[in-house]
Design a protein. Structure first.
Length: 191
């Protein structure tokens, strides 16, 4: 994953190096799906915007539908809206089409990462308002924060960076040791 080069108003990591590299992306999906064995879901809800890429790929692999959960003001249909505080401490609104699914639908929520947990909590609230059941959460990384720990206590959480590993410690510090050797061209697909 690429380090942030633009300052603290952006996420500290960028997963697009994984997404552009077919082998890395395939391996990421294979690993996440293996950890989802036994988790039943009817639809994948991807959080705007990086959760769209990972969520849509997981939905396609599992042969289920994909539901985009958007930043407010982007959908041209009736929506339900929730306010939340994001990783930068700003209050934002997020919305989901209304109705998005039948009551009782099992939803797997996917995002790039979970830092404070605010964005994910907003998505959970939207799903539960429509009588959906959140059956699990997926992210590339989930930091050890009080709200993220509360999410882990409430739901199965599948992450590429495994809890209890040195990489989790690096994730918590918001700096991966691989950043020292990061070279963008190494992620390019072979032409």
């Amino acid at each position: 994953m690429a380090p942030n080069t633009k300052g603290d108003t952006f996420a500290w990591l960028d997963p697009t190096s994984i997404y552009i590299n077919q082998r890395a992306f395939r391996d990421l999906l294979t690993d996440l799906l293996a950890d989802l064995d036994g988790t039943e879901f009817d639809v994948v809800g991807g959080l705007d915007a990086m959760g769209f890429v990972l969520g849509a790929a997981i939905a396609a692999r599992r042969d289920v539908g994909f539901l985009p959960i958007r930043k407010a003001g982007k959908l041209c249909v009736d929506t339900d809206r929730v306010s939340f505080t994001n990783y930068s401490g700003r209050t934002q609104d997020m919305e989901m089409r209304l109705p998005a699914f039948a009551p009782g639908t099992r939803v797997l929520l996917v995002d790039q990462w979970i830092e404070t947990g605010g964005t994910m909590e907003g998505a959970i609230e939207l799903v539960e308002r429509q009588q959906g059941t959140v059956t699990g959460l997926v992210a590339i990384a989930a930091e050890d924060t009080p709200r993220a720990s509360a999410l882990r206590a409430r739901f199965p959480v599948v992450t590429a960076i495994q809890p209890g590993t040195p990489w989790q410690d690096e994730c918590n510090a918001q700096r991966l040791s691989s950043f020292d050797e990061y070279e963008p061209t190494r992620a390019f697909p072979v032409a």
